[in-house]
Write a protein of this length. Sequence first.
Length: 223
Amino acid sequence: MGSDNLHHKRKAKKAKDVARGKALRQRYEKVLIVSEGSKTEPHYFTEIKDHYEIDTANIRISGKCGSAPISVVNHGTELYAEEIAKGLEPYDKVYCVFDRDTHDSFDEAVLKIKGMKPRGIYHAITSVPCFEVWLLLHFNYSAAPFRASGNKSAGARVMDELLRYWPTYKKGQNNAFEHLFNELDSAIHSANRLNAECKSRGSDNPTTNIHDLVLYLKDIKAN
């Protein structure tokens, strides 16, 4: 009898928690962002969340999944399923943020997202060679490809170029969004121009669609 009462109490508590979670969530979309970086990208998107005052009940940002692109995608699907298993509303969007750089599973991750269901939920937010291409576009436009050379990867070459304009930048940088905010519109324009130029020549080096996620978050309350 006592165990039955305990079961009912737990069930009632779970239902109450679910109802509370739904009540706390604002009317705009609920989004999950999963990234390969444990600091750089999570810090950047957390800054955006704070800047645009996106409610914490509407957004989750996780970088705890390892650096391989396929690990990012798998982690995103796990967190999506966990939310449903808890009886909570599923995420409206799941953004998987990863780089090509030296990763073997980049193409595999992109293809997996394209075939995932439910349709329209999962999105690949990619940078070639790395996330810092997006930051670099706040300072300078160039469609010149980045190649590995000597003991430096293509990503390390992007870092070298970025340090020319931002000498104090480092991986895991705090306040990157606010530091570069005044050049945000210019960077968005440059990212679109860069992707179009590289596509016209049959290349993806360098490219980034970080700006697509930035614009989505900027306008999330209107969605």
